[in-house]
Design a protein around this ligand. Structure first.
Ligand code: LMR
Length: 341
């Protein structure tokens, strides 16, 4: 059985009540040389389990900062949506109620639709290509654009390609999806992806997904191998289709006013720790996806999409490309395709 909601609630409450006293996100005091008068405490919240690549990288980032700042900047990590979920973490970040978050890029759709580039079906061949895109000129320009919203966009942490799962039948070709209903993490591109398959799609927060699948609010979900395995979706779903539909990457975000208030040496520590945590996460994620896939093969019926079946999907997705290329920009699509080479 999956985790207990009460425990999570109690922990969240304790965290909110306890730590608000410490003054998380409070402005740091002035520094003299390398000395600071006061410890600065920051929160890093995310929705996945601590043992996922994102969970491990967030913890590594926090450990590096804590150690190198000798405790002057203390970052505490809250995994599994304990503190904030999909619905409220962006708002909490902008309000400086949390200082770091790492949602999947597509969840930034209300800020800038172009953050859904990774959600475009069959655009990126793999996570490496998506990372190349985000590290390149176009991706970096998108990140920079977040500053106007009071957010620093640091980098991306991949989590594998997304696959299809459901409780009803084996899904081999686009026609098999007709009339079914799927959970999606965010609207926009993903709604249109399922529409092109003749299926419905509903945005459901990550933390509520297991229950929604169990209670058959939806027939299935699109998800990465890691999330399928960690969230134990195989307990409530029967079929997994390996189709590598799109690429999931997280954007690692920080509240800008909090960043601006840090002394320069702490800002440098944050940057260096973020770089090292990113290298670490990107090394972990490929292997982690493979391990999760092997684990899943033992507990659920898996269909691996053939090259011929993939062509049918690609053809079915043409309306999605036709709609989003002008919205996101031809230049962005071209940069994404170039990253595949
Ligand atoms: C999802 O909602 O499916 C993902 O964005 C969750 C996550 O952070 O991996």
């Amino acid at each position: 059985m999956k985790k207990v909601g009460f425990k999570r609630l109690a922990l969240s409450l304790a965290v909110v009540l306890g730590l608000s006293v410490v003054g998380c996100g409070s402005q740091p005091t002035a520094t003299s040389g390398t000395k600071t008068q006061e410890k600065i405490v920051a929160k890093f919240t995310h929705v996945t389990a601590p043992q996922t690549p994102k969970g491990k990288a967030a913890q590594k980032f926090a450990d590096l900062v804590n150690e190198r700042s000798k405790g002057r900047l203390e970052i505490n990590v809250y995994p599994s949506g304990q503190l904030f979920g999909d619905k409220d973490e962006m708002e909490a970040l902008q309000a400086n109620n949390v200082q770091f978050i790492s949602p999947s890029a597509g969840k930034l759709v209300s800020f800038d639709k172009r953050f859904q580039i990774g959600d475009v079906p069959f655009l990126f061949n793999d996570n490496a290509a998506e990372s190349k895109f985000w590290d390149g000129e176009k991706g970096q320009a998108l990140m920079k654009g977040l500053q106007a919203k009071g957010i620093i966009g640091f980098t991306t942490w991949p989590n594998g390609m997304r696959q299809m799962m459901n409780s009803k039948q084996e899904l081999k070709v686009p026609d098999d999806y007709k009339g079914m209903k799927f959970r999606i993490p965010s609207g926009g591109v993903l709604v249109d992806t399922f529409k092109a398959l003749g299926a419905g799609a509903t945005v459901i927060p990550f933390s509520d997904t297991y229950t929604a699948l169990q209670q058959k609010v939806v027939d299935g979900t699109i998800a990465t191998f890691d999330n399928i395995a960690e969230e134990k979706y195989a307990e409530v779903l029967k079929y997994l289709t390996v189709a590598n539909v799109n690429s999931l990457s997280y954007v690692v975000l920080m509240n800008k006013s909090f960043y601006d208030g840090l002394p320069k040496d702490l800002q440098d520590i944050v940057h260096q720790a973020m770089k090292e945590a990113t290298d670490y996460e990107r090394q972990l994620s490929d292997q982690s996806a493979k391990d999760s896939m092997e684990k899943l093969k033992k507990s659920i019926k898996v269909h691996e999409t053939t090259p011929e079946e993939r062509q049918l999907y690609v053809k079915a997705m043409k309306p999605v490309w036709d709609k989003y290329e002008p919205i996101m920009g031809k230049d962005l699509f071209e940069a994404a395709q170039k990253a595949n080479q």
